[in-house]
Design a protein around this ligand. Structure first.
Ligand code: HEC
Length: 147
C-alpha cells in the first residue's frame, strides 16, 4: 500500500496535476511582482524584437536549453504544479490569457533581471542571459498566450 501511495505521489511530482484552463486566474497571480516604486519605470521598457517565427524559435531554444526555464515552467508553459520545496506560487501558467494581459513586457524583463522577490524565481541577467537573449525568451513566453 505504501509503495502504491509513493508511486502515485511520484507520478504527480513528475507529471504534475492537470491544470484546467477554464479555471479563472488566481487573483494573487495577477498582482504585480515588480515593487511599486519601480513599476512605472519597468513598464516603459519595450521589447524591440519582432515576434517573427525565427525570433520566437530562438527564444524557445534558450527557454529549453541554456536558461533551463523548462525545468520549472514546463515544455507547455503551464508550470509543473506545486513543486515540493519550491517557494513561490506554482510557476506561472503562461497560457493564462488574463495573466498575459496583466503584465507588460517591461515587467517580465524586470523579473528576469531581479527575480521575483521572495520566491524561487531567480534573476537570470547577467549570469545566465544577456539582456538581448532575455528579450528573445520573452517573445517565446508571450507565444504561449497566443491562440
Ligand atoms: C527554479 C524554478 C524556476 C526556473 C528555473 C525559472 N522559473 Fe520563472 N518562475 C518560477 C516561480 C516559482 C515563479 C512564480 C514567482 C512568483 O510567484 O512571483 C516564476 C515566475 C516567472 C514569471 C512570471 C513573473 C510574473 O510577473 O508573474 C516569468 C515571466 C518567468 N518566471 C519566466 C522564467 C524564464 C524566462 C525562465 C528561464 C530564463 C524561468 N522563469 C526560470 C520558477 C522558476
Amino acid at each position: 500500500m505504501r509503495t502504491l501511495v509513493a508511486a502515485i505521489l511520484l507520478v504527480i511530482c513528475v507529471v504534475g496535476l492537470p491544470v484546467d484552463p477554464t479555471i479563472a486566474s488566481d487573483a494573487a497571480v495577477l498582482q504585480p511582482r515588480v515593487p511599486s516604486d519601480q513599476l512605472d519605470e519597468a513598464r516603459t521598457w519595450k521589447n524591440l524584437l519582432e515576434a517573427t517565427p525565427e525570433n520566437v524559435e530562438k527564444g524557445k531554444a534558450i527557454f529549453q536549453g541554456k536558461a533551463f526555464c523548462v525545468t520549472c515552467h514546463g515544455r507547455d508553459g503551464r508550470g509543473l504544479g506545486d513543486i515540493p520545496g519550491l517557494v513561490g506560487r506554482l510557476p506561472r501558467n503562461f497560457t493564462d490569457k488574463a495573466w498575459q494581459a496583466a503584465r507588460t513586457d517591461g515587467e517580465l524583463m524586470w523579473i528576469l533581471k531581479n527575480g521575483s522577490p521572495g520566491t524561487d524565481m531567480a534573476s537570470f541577467i547577467p549570469l545566465i542571459l544577456t539582456e538581448e537573449e532575455a528579450w528573445y525568451v520573452l517573445l517565446y513566453v508571450r507565444s504561449f498566450g497566443q491562440p
